[in-house]
Write a protein that binds this ligand. Structure first.
Ligand code: MD6
Ligand code: FE
Length: 203
């Protein structure tokens, strides 16, 4: 990993290029193993809309959504346990969030051309004192960050492959989303697209 001072946008700490190209390649290999054990699926929102982002998880819990709502589940929808969190992702957590506690969940989001993530808060976890740490791999994406109330003003920042964003403190419950992808901007993934990993302490 390469250490440069983070930039802060609306309380979100962004470590540009924290992962070297070699770190990124190694982490993608680890994610491929996660996806083989726990295949990507397209969750439904509680309003019955299929999300454009495909997902899976690693760790003791995986994030899940259907018409019953958003929650953490101890197993993949196929009934298998979620695979372990990749070592490369745990190393990022330790570098930016410390070693006092490790995350319980690594949510894997996969974006293909046209996929987006609407503005949301991450509030399905028990203790908001722990940050959510997000790792971007592959194509550039525009990350929009607002305040803790829906409908306020927002700022946006492009996240690139190897960037790490930390949402903690005041920003832990900020609304955020991905509104645009710059397809073909990275050669990390042979078929293009973007992977985002979010690490969370769940309970
Ligand atoms: C994404 N990220 O970057 C979506 N959540 O694809 C998130 O939803 C997110 O980046 C919590 C903290 C950081 C994030
Ligand atoms: Fe989020």
């Amino acid at each position: 990993m390469s250490g440069t001072a983070p930039v802060t946008v609306r309380g979100v700490e962004i470590h540009k290029g924290l992962l070297t190209p070699e770190d990124q390649t190694r982490l993608v290999e680890e994610i491929r193993a996660v996806v083989r054990a726990a295949p990507l699926f397209s969750p439904e929102t509680r309003w019955g809309k299929t999300m454009s982002v495909r997902m899976t998880s690693a760790g003791r819990y995986g994030w899940y959504s259907d018409r019953r709502g958003y929650r953490y589940e101890p197993q993949h929808p196929s009934g298998v346990d979620w695979p372990p969190i990749p070592g490369g992702a745990l190393a990022v957590w330790q570098a930016v969030a410390g070693a006092e506690r490790l995350p319980d969940c690594c949510l894997v989001n996969f974006y293909e051309e046209g996929a987006r993530m609407g503005l949301h808060q991450d509030r399905d976890e028990a203790d908001f004192a722990w940050p959510v740490v997000s790792i971007s791999l592959g194509d550039d994406a525009r990350f929009r960050i607002g305040g803790t109330e829906r409908g306020g003003s927002t700022s946006s920042v492009w996240l690139q492959s190897g960037d790490v964003a930390v949402m903690g403190g005041e920003a832990r419950l900020a609304y955020h989303g991905i509104d645009k992808l710059r397809t073909g901007s990275s050669t990390l993934l042979p078929k293009g697209g973007r992977i985002n990993l979010t690490l969370r302490v769940v309970d």
